[in-house]
Design a protein around this ligand. Structure first.
Ligand code: ZN
Length: 180
């Protein structure tokens, strides 16, 4: 097997373990985390491993079938070799730029499809680390896209919901064909 085929096989195996478009858990609003315990850390660790195996930049709890309010991520601007996946619990956006950006997005829970989505260019996100201590992340550009996409997952919102109507229709038609 070539390196590329090996990578493809690893990505496919990881994606097969994630909840996929059509699963109602992806439409569920998650529940605030109150216990910052070993169970939460174990969940975040396994989510981080799956995200990396799937070559993703972010993974939210509903994508592994959990309704806890957390996601893991790697900011695109950061050196992937320098840090492991990070987690944020009970995140919320406390400031967003009025300036917007527009670009294609994909999702580990939605096969094949990418759609153009408009988002805030910069956001400030506050939440908790896995030990319960407060965290603030300031992000712009692609980093801000990752944070907004993952936060949406915690509210049952998918990137398709944020696409233009025609693009959403095209994407849903393709998805129905793929999953028929
Ligand atoms: Zn997603």
């Amino acid at each position: 097997m070539s390196d590329e085929n090996r990578r493809r096989a690893r990505v496919d195996a990881a994606r097969a373990r994630l909840t996929q478009w059509g699963d109602p858990v992806l439409r569920t609003r998650t529940v605030e985390v109150t216990a910052f315990d070993d169970e939460l850390r174990a969940l975040a660790t396994s989510m981080g491993e799956l995200m990396d195996a799937a070559d993703g930049a972010g993974l939210a709890a509903p994508q592994v079938g959990s309704v806890q309010r957390l996601f893991v991520f790697r900011l695109p601007s950061e050196d992937p070799a320098a840090t492991g996946p990070r987690a944020i619990v009970n995140p919320r956006i406390t400031a967003a730029s009025s300036e917007r950006q527009r670009g294609p997005e994909g999702c580990l829970s939605i096969p094949v499809v990418t759609v153009e989505v408009e988002r805030a260019l910069a956001v400030t996100m506050e939440g908790r680390a896995l030990d319960g201590s407060p965290v603030t992340i300031e992000a712009a550009g692609p980093d801000a896209v990752v944070l907004q996409h993952e936060l949406d997952h915690l509210d049952g919102i998918l990137m398709l919901d944020r696409a233009d109507r025609d693009e959403r229709r095209r994407a849903v038609r393709l998805l129905r064909e793929l999953t028929a």
